[in-house]
Design a protein around this ligand. Structure first.
Ligand SMILES: Nc1ncnc2c1ncn2[C@@H]1O[C@H](COP(=O)(O)OP(=O)(O)OP(=O)(O)O)[C@@H](O)[C@H]1O
Length: 209
């Protein structure tokens, strides 16, 4: 079966939280090779929008389409093609770096070889840390575990909530490089960030108020 191009489309999205209307009639389309950066002040609804796009919360109105189909109707396919990096990193403090990665990828039915693990850890600056428990790492190093998860997931769509938080300048440069190679491979990404994201092209923006 031929799958339509990877595109994520928001149609007439509305979100109400705590009786406040965060956004309504929100429409956009993100295609392969593009990053959508969602900007807006604290409390404007960026995380709420990401959770809707990730299929974790239903919108009050409207729909999200992946490859032209409503994500609510094709949840398992959608989740298998998506990597969501939320505020909560989803790490188990007592598990090692490797165990955390194996567990989180297994939840999506994925596994990886020793060579892929070593390469991913090298890329994110955690080489030799396979057996270190997550609780023994710094906040930035824990964030880097989730970057390794992104690399190992081979997801087409990355949804990243504040991916630069806790990272030093080399970490910021690393995430930008990862985004560039993800786009070059035909991937797409949606992220929230208060800072400038340096890409070679493909960056589109959406401002919440
Ligand atoms: N689980 C929840 N129940 C009720 N209200 C919520 C919930 N989560 C968020 N809200 C409210 O929705 C609004 C938007 O929150 P959200 O986290 O989406 O904003 P944000 O733009 O990501 O903020 P920040 O920049 O601070 O991360 C806030 O006013 C918040 O109080």
């Amino acid at each position: 079966m031929n799958h339509p191009e990877p595109t994520l489309q928001a149609r007439r999205l509305e979100c109400v939280r705590s009786d406040s209307l965060l956004f309504t009639d929100l429409n956009f389309c993100v295609r392969a090779g593009q990053v959508l950066q969602i900007e807006g002040p604290n409390g404007s609804g960026k995380t709420s929008l990401l959770r809707i796009l990730a299929g974790l919360t239903p919108p009050n109105e409207g729909e999200v389409l992946w490859r032209g189909e409503n994500i609510a109707r094709r949840r398992s396919t959608y989740f298998s093609e998506t990597a969501y990096l939320g505020h909560q990193l989803g790490l188990k403090a007592d598990l090692s770096v490797e165990e955390n990665l194996r567990l989180s990828l297994a939840l999506n039915g994925l596994s990886f070889s020793r060579a892929s693990l070593e390469e991913a850890l090298q890329t994110v600056g955690l080489e030799g840390r396979e057996t270190t428990p997550a609780r023994a790492l710094s906040a930035g190093q824990r964030q880097r575990i989730t970057l390794a998860r992104l690399i190992l997931s081979s997801a087409v769509l990355w949804i990243l909530d504040e991916p630069f938080t806790a990272l030093d300048s080399s970490g910021v440069t690393l995430v930008e490089a990862m985004l560039r190679s993800h786009l070059n491979r035909g991937g797409l990404a949606i992220l929230t960030s208060h800072q400038t994201v340096r890409l070679d092209g493909g960056l589109i923006k959406l401002a919440l108020t």
